[in-house]
Design a protein around this ligand. Sequence first.
Ligand code: PLP
Length: 482
Amino acid sequence: MQYQSTRNPDLSISSSEAIVRGLGPDGGLFVPESFPHADLEGWKGLSYPALAEKVLEGFLTDYDAAFLRDAAEKTYGDAFGGKAGNLVRVHDGLYALELWHGPTCAFKDYALQLMPKLLVQAKKNLGRHETTRILVATSGDTGKAALAGYAGLEGIEIEVFYPNAGTSEIQRLQMATQQGDNVAVYAVEGNFDDAQTGVKRVFGDAEVAKALEARNIRLSSANSINWGRLVPQIVYYFYSYFRLVEQGGVQWGNPVDFCVPTGNFGDILAGYYAKRMGLPVGKLICASNKNNVLTDFIRTGTYDARRTFYKTTSPSMDILISSNLERLLYHLSGSAEKVRGWMQDLAKNGVYTVDAQTLAAVQENFACACADDAQGAAQIHERFAQDGYLCDTHTAIAFCAADSCRDGAPVVVLSTASPFKFPRDVLAALGEIAPESDFAAMAALTARTGCQAPQSLKVLDSLPVRFNTVITPAEIRDAALK
Ligand SMILES: *Cc1c(COP(=O)(O)O)cnc(C)c1O
């Protein structure tokens, strides 16, 4: 299987190269040239790691099969406490695919626990021996998931930059207590944009690249446009379909709708890939918070990022430029030339409009809806009161969208974070007055609901803090050169 760029179909590279390079030379994203056909009958009884191996094999054809088996087993076995791809019935016709039983309690673990192993092996496959230094700017979830994934890996170093006072107490402690000799964490004065802009500037700094190259170090990023982060996310669509059949929620072969709380469009795009591989997917429901640029796009065909940016209680979906949409547009329009034009319009004018045919193809596969913080909070309350099901602020947005887009098919909502990662907002949604401290709020949430907080979050206030350096955005460069 070879990979093309969304802005240049003549490029043809291996999966190892796509994972090491991350981004195409033309700014395009790497996409598979075709989709392997799923063996639904053969796959339905497989364990999560065994199914992951099958899906990976189809896409990562230049990797050794024994390596993929071992990597899938090590990633999705014990690390997810036997709950990888856990599917829970909420009420008739509505299910939650709980993707937060991994080490950092958010769905990003599915990709970021595996991708580091894929990167190390890709370098071996390509005969490369440099040290890879990964820089991550994070508003919260990605930083910890990346630290946990890359910690202790040979030939890799990772530095994470988060906005000082811009994350929750839990998110900060998750990062500040990270173990491992190859990790560093910095709080940056300012907001997330200041941290992100500082990191982007370092990536574009030729002098930094040169100085590091002299020491055999190359910079790389861990963000969600890397193919190595997308491919692991395809697995749980298949896995949950098979569990839904077993639980009697759908008849074998009949379609299921998936509803996905969406930010950068990576998670929901993996669902589209599963559909292209042959999974009976009805609609993919794209759920947005008040930053509803995708809702407007799916309804009208115009992507307009020239709008107010809102900070919401579902921060991981607070995004105005949804990078992975570019991949979908390439698959649906079949034209790198068109995609290049749209992305140029976006960069230059902040807006683009796709042609009628592409829009029709988008609407054939995707439904959409958005909900604000108050609607999300009401949904947390309703699901708990009516169904005894407790969800986080991101998943709540998806439950809202599932409500407004239901068309008779069973709906699987992708539950992307543990409610205990956002205990104050969840507690407030249940009508309680939330205490100042996240840890007090976790305890209060358990007292209110009877649900237990994940152990990895509960122990955070007793772990030694390893990192408490605060730097200015200008000092990110020095940190990257260390
Ligand atoms: C990252 C994230 C999302 C959005 O996923 P995308 O792949 O960016 O669309 C949703 N919920 C949570 C909790 C996340 O961390």
